[in-house]
Design a binder for this molecule. Sequence first.
Ligand code: GDP
Ligand code: MG
Length: 368
Amino acid sequence: MTLDLAIVVPVFNERGNVPLLVAALDTALAGFAWEAIFVDDDSPDGTADVVREIARSDPRIRVLQRIGRRGLSTACIEGMCATAAPLVAVIDGDLQHDEALLPRMAAALAGDRAIDLVIGSRFVDGGGTGAWDADRVAKSALATRLSRRVLKADLSDPMSGFFMIRSDVVRGVAPRLLGIGFKILLDILTAAPVPLRFVELPYVFRTRAVGESKLDHVVALEYLIALYDRMFGRVVPVRFVMFSAIGAAGAIVHLAALGLFLELGGGFVMATIVATMVAMTFNFFLNNHLTYRDRRLRGVRALVNGWLSFCAVCSVGAVANVGLAAFLYDVRGGAWALPALAGIAVGAVWNFALSSRFTWGRYGRRAT
Ligand SMILES: Nc1nc2c(ncn2[C@@H]2O[C@H](COP(=O)(O)OP(=O)(O)O)[C@@H](O)[C@H]2O)c(=O)[nH]1
Ligand SMILES: [Mg+2]
């Protein structure tokens, strides 16, 4: 029998749900030649081991265990590129998506070559969000409205994480995908050079029974970042915007710390040194948490090394900033605002370029 269909299941700390989902897929996909690829980001609860245990006696099941990485979008992309099946579906590992819809998704794609993509929708007739509270419904509606703006496509549920697509279409757009955040469908739709042809099928989002949601505020932030990137990312890279915003916050921290140490009776030079260290440390941790969330440094050693290289980079950046500002100030004789801004801009670009390479890049990470 030739392989019809691959099911990609991103999982993080879902060990309790894996056997339930495999059983549910087995029932729903009777009559299909299918495989399931669980993409696990090295979950501390041992999800990958649970998948392997099942896979030993069921060759349809595979695990792709990623080490030192996090991210729902990239997990889906890598899973979708890891199959030879002509059709590939993405479904959550927590049983919130209705696997009974999969055969109808496959039938829609098999029945019409002109369709690239079938999306499970909570917001067409017959669909629903189950037991969501009002707050979550409101947030989801806002996110949906925003993404429809960007997409310019008439799509009821662009935030859906449940869809089936032709795998050659995915491979075609894969090099253009951003892989940021958790909205892979939105990513695929906006990356496609020609609009993808899709249909939506209704399903009701179930309540999670086992494990917990990983959707937190940082993930919501990543969603906004992904939207920004689609709209303006070619002009100014999103990471640079975040890095600069954090840098601006760092300047405020610097001033506050400086004021405090002067208040405590420190000399100006000493207080400036302390304030600089405080601000750099603040920037390092915030960038590690937000700007470089996908490459976050963890563990004492990696953090200390990262902090040291970040401070080194920023110190050189500060010298460049002061040097350029002083030079321009001399040349322009007395006008201080423009030289200061030019110095800040050069310092920011320097800090960004070098820290992305040495602190959070390949050279910044030590094999452990
Ligand atoms: N591989 C991987 N899977 C993830 C990650 N974050 C969430 N998931 C999985 O993606 C699916 C949806 O996540 P969930 O937290 O349930 O989101 P929610 O349903 O919107 O609350 C679940 O199967 C999660 O285990 C991640 O960083 N990496
Ligand atoms: Mg869920």
